[in-house]
Ligand binder design. Structure first.
Ligand code: ATP
Ligand code: MG
Length: 246
C-alpha cells in the first residue's frame, strides 16, 4: 500500500489522505512481460514506483528476487532494475550530452575505463537504432521518439534484469509509438529482459505483454493471460476498457 497526504485548498488548511494502492499482490515472473492497465489515477505509476523503490510502501513489502527493497536495497538492485519514464522531454538532463546520459550508470558503478565506456555507449546507441555520432549531441536536438530511444539505451547500460516501463510511448506521436514498442519487444527477445509494462492503452499492451493485470481505484481487479483477457475479461472495468479498443 502507498498513501499520499495531499494538502486540500489554496492554503493547505486541511490534509487529505489518498490511498493510491491498496492490497495489491503482484509478481512478475522472470523473462515475462506483465502489462499493468487501468484508468488514469488508479495507481499504476505508484505501483511501478514501489517496484523500483522510488516509493516506500506504508504497509506491505516490495521484493526483488525474494529480498525486501526496504529499508535497504538488495545488492546490485540499482544495476538490475531500471525504469523508463513517460515523458522523454523531462527525463533527460538538458545540460548533458547524449553520450554522458547513456553512460552515466557505467560511471556511477565504475564499469570499465573511459575507452571501454565510449565503446559501450556506441554499442548501446546502435542497439536502440541511433548512431554513435549522436553521443556528442544534446537532448534538445532530438525528437520525442529519439529521446525515448536514448532513455532506453540508458536503462540498458548496466544490463538490467527487470525494466519497469511507465507509459513509455503515451507521450509520443502515434506513428512513433509502434516503432518504440517494436524496439522494446526486440530488445526483450535479444536480451531476455523482464518487463513490467504500464499503459492505459490496451492495444499497446496487447502487442507487448504475455499477461495483463487490471487495476481499478488502487486495487488489483484481475490478472489474466493476454488471450484470456481479450477473449473474456472478468472484471466490468476490463470489459469497458476492451470495448474502447477499436
Ligand atoms: P495515470 O494513468 O494518469 O498516469 P496512474 O494510474 O499512474 O495514473 P498514480 O500516479 O499512481 O496513477 O496515482 C494514484 C493516485 O495517487 C491518484 O489519486 C493521484 O492523484 C495520487 N498521487 C500520486 N502521486 C501523488 C503524490 N506525489 N502526492 C499526492 N498524491 C499523489
Ligand atoms: Mg501514471
Amino acid at each position: 500500500s502507498r498513501r499520499y497526504s495531499v494538502r486540500d485548498g489554496l492554503f493547505g488548511s486541511r490534509r487529505q489522505v489518498v490511498r493510491a494502492v491498496t492490497d495489491v499482490s503482484l509478481a512478475v515472473p522472470q523473462g515475462a512481460t506483465l502489462g499493468l492497465v487501468g484508468e488514469s489515477g488508479c495507481g499504476k505509476s505508484t505501483l511501478a514506483r514501489l517496484a523500483v523503490a522510488l516509493e516506500r510502501p506504508d504497509e506491505g513489502r516490495a521484493l526483488f528476487r525474494g529480498e525486501s527493497v526496504w529499508p535497504r536495497l538488495p545488492a546490485d538492485f540499482r544495476r538490475q532494475v531500471q525504469m523508463v519514464f513517460q515523458d522523454p522531454y523531462s527525463s533527460l538532463n538538458p545540460r548533458q550530452k547524449i553520450g554522458g546520459i547513456v553512460g552515466e550508470g557505467l560511471v556511477i558503478h565504475g564499469v570499465g575505463d573511459a575507452a571501454f565506456r565510449r565503446e559501450r555507449v556506441a554499442e548501446l546507441l546502435r542497439m536502440v537504432g541511433l548512431s554513435p555520432a549522436h553521443a556528442a549531441r544534446y537532448p534538445h536536438e532530438f525528437s520525442g521518439g529519439q529521446r525515448q530511444r536514448v532513455a532506453i539505451a540508458r536503462c540498458l547500460a548496466l544490463e538490467p534484469q527487470l525494466v519497469v516501463c511507465d507509459e513509455p510511448v503515451s507521450a509520443l506521436d502515434v506513428s512513433v509509438q509502434a516503432q518504440i514498442v517494436n524496439l522494446l519487444r526486440d530488445l526483450q527477445e535479444r536480451l531476455g529482459l523482464t518487463y513490467l509494462f504500464v499503459s492505459h492503452d490496451l492495444s499497446v499492451v496487447g502487442s507487448m505483454c504475455d499477461e495483463v493485470a487490471v487495476m481499478y481505484l488502487g486495487r488489483l481487479m484481475e490478472r489474466s493471460p493476454r488471450e484470456a483477457l481479450f477473449a473474456e475479461p472478468l472484471h466490468p472495468y476490463a470489459k469497458a476498457l476492451l470495448s474502447a479498443v477499436p
